[in-house]
Design a protein around this ligand. Structure first.
Ligand SMILES: Cc1ncc(COP(=O)(O)O)c(C=O)c1O
Length: 467
């Protein structure tokens, strides 16, 4: 067989394995059940002395992964914040792997650059953000924060006459970072990576759960009116989906000369739904936004997006040149906006998802997830031993479980549901108490999945309360 023929054979095996996995999602346990030893059993224990035929390698890796696969691509995965992959997005991702494009420059992949520009335009239109904003498709919200906050760092120091790209932070004016006290740890890590350190954060207290108080922000800004300042707000915190009052807070921050960055990992997508957009009113007033495709747009991993109102600050923070690189001319070079050099064409699955959904489909999916989150919450909260902590206002809810003697058994209930295999949920802490989080952001969750999840919670809870 010629080498192209054998490549096709190998791809057929991979495709059949992928189909088998996707076909099994309805019936396989959502949690993986394999032990590390079971996963390693089909593989050589040491670097093989001689190569193994490609078909056998693919079969062995499929067999090794099978017992360790989590069913987050299916409809009953409600842990952390994970969406499945839409059909067109998954299929496009597979083509991207086959095309093996390096979407670093227009010259290395014209398709990667040109289609990324369209994906960026559609993204801004979908999220109703300013048309002239800059964007970067990065690995996830973690790198989206890092990228957008690098632009923020550039802008607030440039206003003080300091060129941070050339001089670094040694001797620079001290940057103040005022952040919603419920900020995600990826914000903290981004600040660490940018040399600002986790201790630079001044946590801003709330007047309503998860929402920064305008008075607290005003007072924090007044403490150092001349300092270069970045304010970090939330569009959807991961516990209760709380969103800051951007319409009130952005003008206050801007009046003090601060840059406003928004963690909208999933919650920014509320702006794509006419029904939910009021949760994030004024979000377009911010200076930068970080969000994820692999959460609520349902692209495959990995896909995050950094967006800024200030393309010059964004590219000043990221652009590098080298004698061997060629400029794209009229076509945008993605690496002028990303922290990576070589990179896969991850904007293409995002483009596919945006096209497959369209404006009405995207809004419909976001709203459906929110409705399912409420239905799961309402179904579980009426069970004996369940106490509602936060009914979803978006797609996140919290419930606490108690034993008959009043002991908090939330973690035990989560473990029991997950062990049963019908659904998968995760825990968290809220107001110092252990709780179960409900997070719905998959396109393929349906009412049957909701019913199966409520039934699984009922079974787990009655078993635990009986013991
Ligand atoms: C609110 C929030 N911000 C940031 C992140 C980090 O996103 P990523 O895992 O894509 O880097 C998450 C992840 O769950 C999140 O929920």
């Amino acid at each position: 067989m010629d080498s192209l023929g054998s490549l096709m054979d190998t791809l057929d095996i991979a495709f059949a394995e992928a189909r088998r996995f996707l076909d099994s999602l309805e019936t396989r346990p959502v949690a993986s059940r394999g032990t590390p030893a079971e996963m390693l059993a089909p593989l050589p224990p040491h670097f093989p002395e001689h190569g193994i035929a490609a078909n056998d390698v693919v079969r062995a890796i499929a067999a090794a992964a099978e017992p360790g696969l989590t069913g987050n691509a299916g409809g009953r995965f409600f842990a952390w914040v994970k969406g499945g992959a839409l059909p067109a997005a998954l299929a496009t991702d597979i083509m991207c792997s086959a095309w093996d494009q390096n979407a670093v420059l227009a010259s290395t992949s014209p398709a990667g650059s040109v289609l990324e520009e369209l994906a960026g335009q559609f993204l801004l239109e979908a999220l109703r953000l300013p048309a002239g904003a800059s964007y970067a498709f990065v690995t996830g919200c973690q790198m989206a924060h890092t990228t957008a906050l690098a632009a923020a760092r550039h802008a607030v120091l440039a206003r003080k006459g300091w060129d941070v790209e050339a001089k670094g932070l040694q001797g620079a004016p001290i940057i103040r970072v005022l952040a919603n006290a419920h900020h995600h740890s990826s914000v903290t890590r981004a600040l660490r990576l940018l040399g600002l350190g986790s201790e630079c954060i001044v946590p801003l207290g709330e007047d309503r759960p998860g929402q920064v108080s305008a008075d607290v922000l005003r007072a924090a800004l007044a403490e150092a009116p001349d300092a270069p300042t970045i304010v970090i707000l939330n569009a959807g915190d991961l516990n209760i989906g709380a969103c800051d009052d951007f319409a009130a807070l952005c003008p206050i921050a801007h009046a003090a000369g601060a840059w406003v960055h928004v963690d909208g990992a999933f919650g920014l997508w509320a702006n794509a739904s006419p029904r939910l957009a009021s949760l994030v009113t004024g979000v377009a007033l911010a200076d930068s936004w970080a969000t994820d495709g692999h959460k609520w747009l349902n692209t495959p991993y990995d896909c995050g997006m950094a967006i800024t109102r200030d393309p010059e600050a964004h590219s000043a923070a990221m652009r590098m040149t080298a004698a061997y690189l060629t400029s794209g001319g009229d076509v945008r070079d993605p690496m002028d906006f990303t922290p990576e050099w070589s990179r896969r064409a991850r904007a293409l699955p995002a483009l596919a998802a945006l096209m497959e959904l369209g404006r009405d489909g995207l809004a419909g999916m976001i709203e459906r997830c929110c409705d399912h989150a409420v239905a799961i919450y309402d179904g579980i909260v009426r069970l004996p031993g369940a106490t509602g902590i936060a009914r979803p206002t978006m797609n996140q809810g919290l419930i606490r479980f108690d034993a008959s003697d009043g002991a908090n058994i939330s973690d035990a209930v989560i473990e029991s549901i997950n062990a049963g295999g019908e659904a998968f949920l995760s825990g968290g802490s809220w107001d110092g108490e252990r709780v179960m989080r409900i997070s719905v952001c998959g396109w393929n969750t349906n009412t049957n999945d909701v019913a199966r999840t409520v039934a699984a919670a009922s079974e787990a809870l009655s078993k635990l309360r009986a013991t």
